[in-house]
Structures are given as C-alpha cells and as structure tokens.
Design a protein around this ligand. Structure first.
Ligand code: CMC
Length: 441
C-alpha cells in the first residue's frame, strides 16, 4: 500500500496574522498542515513582503523541510518510519527491510526484498586502494576520525555514481553507502587493534556479516551467535533514522549545494560525532565509569543539577521527546537479553538502572521532562558484545547512513532543489572606516 501523497496543504481559512506594533501594518501568513503533527506557519515570503527575518538559531520552532520519511510525536513518545511504529519494526523487521522502507516509502514484498538485499550485498567490498588510507592513520586514532576521512574518500573511488541528477547513479550511491559503511566501520576497528581486515561475507545477513568483520579472524572459523546478531540488527533498526536531527540536517544542507552523496554522508558523520548527538553513547559509558558506584549517584546528580562544569546526565533528555524515547525502552529490554545470553553480570547495568530510577523521581528531571534516550542503554549492550567505547558512535553512523541517504535522496527528488542558506541577526560592528595600522591604538 502506497502512502498518501505528501501534503503540505494550506489549511483552508487559517492564516497567521503578524502585526508590526510600530507601524500598525499587518500581514497574513498562510498556515500549512502535513498528514500528522503541528500546523506550520509558512514564512517563505516573509522577508519579501515585510523586510523581516525570523530568529530561531537552534531551530526549536522551525520546520526546515517537508518530509515523508519519519514522524516523531515527542509528547507521546511516538516514532514512526513511513507510518510504521519503531517498536513493531524492531520486533518484527530486519535492518535491510527498514532500510528499504526508508529509501523507497513502503515495506518491500519478498521479491523486492530479495532484490534489495542482493543489490546492497553486491557492494559490500571496498576498493583495495582504500586499505592504504587506513594505514595513513595512527593506530590510536578515534575511529570516528577515521570514518570521517575514509567515507569522504569514497567519492574519489566511485566516479561512476557521482551525478546526483541521474536517478540510477543516486540509487547505486545509496546502495554503496549502506553496504560499505559496515565494512569501513569494521576496518576502522580492526586497524585500531592491529588485526587484519576481514573481507565481507555475502552469505551472511547484514548484521551477521558486520559482527563477522569485527570479531572474526582469518586464523579460525567465526561462529555467529544468533542472539547477538539479532540484537545488532535491532540496534541498527533503532538508530536508522530520526527525522531532522543535527546530522541529518547537516547532510541535507551539504546536499543542497549539490555536493556528492559521499561527501554529504561524511559531513553527517562529523556532525554525529559530538557528545550532544551520537557521541552520547560513548559518553554514557564514560559517565558510568566515572560514577563507579551507586553510592556516588547523589553526588553526581548534585553536580548535574548545579550545572557544575556543564555536567549533564548523559543519555538523558532530548530536543523532541518530552516523554519517554521509545527506542530506549526497546533497548533496555534488549540489554537484559544480551547480558543473559552472554552470562555477563555488568555492574554498569545495575548502576544505570539505579541512576535512571533516581533521576526519574527527581523534580529537576521531572520538571524539565528529561527521560532516558536511545544512548542510555545502547553502550551497555555494545560493551557486552565486545565493542570498545570508541566504536559506539561508529555503529550509530553505520545505521544512520540509511536515514541520511534516504533524506538526501528525498531532498534531491524534490521538483526544485534550492540551496539551504539561513539568514542571521547581525549584532556586530556597524560600518566604520579602515584605520592604517600605524594609526591604531
Ligand atoms: N542532564 C542535565 N540537564 C539537562 C540534560 C541532561 N542530560 N538535558 C537537558 N538538561 C536541562 C538543561 O540544562 C536545561 O535546563 P535549564 O532549563 O535549567 O536551563 C533544560 O534541561 C533544557 O535543556 P536544553 O539543553 O535546552 O535542551 P536541548 O533540546 O537543547 O538539548 C540534548 C537536547 C539532547 C542536547 C540534551 O538533553 C543533552 O545534552 N542531553 C545529554 C546528551 C545526550 O544524551 N544526547 C543524546 C541525544 S539522543 C540521540 C541523538 O540524537 O543523537
């Protein structure tokens, strides 16, 4: 079943009236509505008609684009991709099925699915020359630094899919990125521990192959643990897209200049790296290590609440969710399953649960509507699976590549692509004359 044609449509009879109190002049602005979600004031002609800009530096009230891909209702704790709820996708779908839906709009039938899996799998290897790029990095380089470099470098290798106006080339680039990101991510891990790179195995599923490339060695056979492979797949599904977050907006704005998709995804990776965004999963584990013991929680939370040294409870809070993050709830359950399967008794899990319990009953967090987000539990699972903390954000990038490239493709396929170019509220010096250096004080 195809989705309804995207709106936005002007809400009949609804306008927003803006009045300049100084002059008494007023303007009527159209009000738009999508299929669900808040109504939106259309300010596109505002400057032409009024000579004024809007001011919204962190985009707290600005819809930067229209999109049919992902919908979040932050007050209800709802996340849907193409109309499918994330909980159902995580429980019943596979990562590549979700990837298909994000890219093409609907879940695939079995023929479409097989074809898509074939197309992605076909591209899992990277050009041999790329191996030399890795050797140029220090072994102790952060794998996100390596990823920023090697993903951008893909544009130097795949000249035959750089024409963004050719739908076939766009599709091949999308398949290449989805397929090669796990290979590059695994290589960045192998390089950091001095083990040989493992070539992808196309007889394995997306997540099985990723675990194999990370944890297999050429000297012995690698046995796939189905519980871990399923957990990996779920983690990838939960991170696949999240509408117009910082990294996705970065990809869109880079793409709006008609830059090639490999460069755009590299820009997304750079943006994801920050601890306020994808880097939070690494920061959560570091925070748990720093807290060390349940007894130290009150002291840690005191620092958070007093905003001492900008300390934040990492893995808590979200710009959009003002209720629970549905991804965090799925992950918490998955965390139990993985630790049980591995027979791991991680004191970090107990510490995290106690931290969550205390925070959720503390007025500071209640008043600000701060709940655990996707990053709060993901690190504990990933650590139990054997990933070092520095790889956590890389895994996020592997999954989010699907969302980034779907959003990029959607943007390019708009009838008119216009470069993204925000305006500013200038607060600097007004015009002044140049003073020669010998005359300056
Ligand atoms: N710990 C303590 N206080 C917090 C936290 C936190 N994690 N998050 C927000 N606050 C406070 C903040 O200090 C502010 O308080 P006040 O009103 O007294 O000034 C209030 O809550 C509103 O915060 P904000 O910074 O204006 O909210 P935001 O929407 O700009 O920030 C956020 C969203 C995710 C960057 C923020 O909640 C945060 O820094 N969280 C910790 C980092 C984190 O877990 N990031 C992962 C986000 S989910 C995955 C992803 O998107 O990559």
């Amino acid at each position: 079943m195809s989705q309804p044609e995207a709106k936005p449509a002007a809400v009949p009879g609804a306008t927003f009236t803006l009045t300049d109190d100084e002059t008494g002049k007023s303007w009527k602005l159209p009000v738009l509505e999508g299929t669900v979600g808040p109504k939106t004031i259309d300010v596109r002609k505002l400057y032409d008609e009024t000579g004024m800009f809007t001011f919204d530096p962190s985009y707290t009230s600005t819809a930067s684009c229209k999109s049919r891909i992902t919908y979040i209702d932050g007050d209800k704790g709802l996340l849907m991709h193409r109309g499918y709820k994330i909980e159902e996708l995580a429980e019943q779908s596979t990562f590549l099925e979700v990837a298909y839906a994000l890219l093409y709009g609907d879940l695939p039938n079995s023929t479409q699915y097989d074809e898509f899996v074939h197309n992605v799998t076909y591209h899992t290897m990277v050009h041999e020359q790329l191996h030399f790029f890795f050797r140029g990095f220090r072994r102790d380089a952060h794998p996100m630094a390596v990823m920023c470099g090697v993903v951008a470098a893909l544009a130097a290798f795949y000249h035959d899919s750089l024409d963004i106006w050719d739908p076939e080339q766009r599709e091949i680039s999308a398949h290449r990125l989805i397929a090669k990101l796990p290979t590059l991510a695994a290589m960045s891990y192998k390089y950091s521990i001095g083990q040989p790179f493992m070539y992808p195995r196309n007889d394995l599923s997306f997540s099985e192959n990723f675990l194999y490339m990370c944890f297999g060695v050429p000297a012995e056979p690698y046995k796939i643990n189905p519980v871990l492979a399923r957990a990996m797949d779920k983690i990838f599904i939960l991170h696949a897209d999240h509408e117009q977050n910082a990294s996705t907006s970065t990809v869109r704005i880079a793409g709006s200049s008609q830059a090639n998709p490999f460069a755009c995804i590299a820009a997304g990776i750079a943006s994801l790296w920050g601890p306020a965004h994808g880097g939070a999963n690494q920061a959560v584990l570091e925070m748990l290590e720093q807290i060390g013991h349940k007894d130290n929680i009150p002291e840690f939370l005191r620092k958070v609440k007093e905003k001492q040294d900008n300390t934040r409870l990492m893995g808590f809070g979200h710009r959009v969710y003002k209720n629970h993050d549905p991804r965090a709830q799925v992950l918490k359950k998955e965390c139990d399953a993985v630790l049980k399967e591995l027979g791991v008794n991680d004191p970090h899990l107990e510490l995290a649960m106690e931290l969550e319990r205390i925070a959720l009953s503390d007025p500071y967090f209640i008043d600000r509507k701060l709940f655990p987000n996707v990053d709060f539990y993901s690190g504990i699972i990933l650590k139990a699976m054997g990933f070092p903390t520095s790889m956590f954000t890389v895994l996020f990038a592997v999954a989010r590549t699907v969302g980034w490239i779907s959003q990029w493709k959607e943007m390019i396929e708009e009838p008119a692509l216009k470069i993204g170019r925000p305006r500013q509220l200038y607060t600097g010096a007004t015009e002044r004359a140049y003073t020669p250096i010998d005359k300056r004080k």
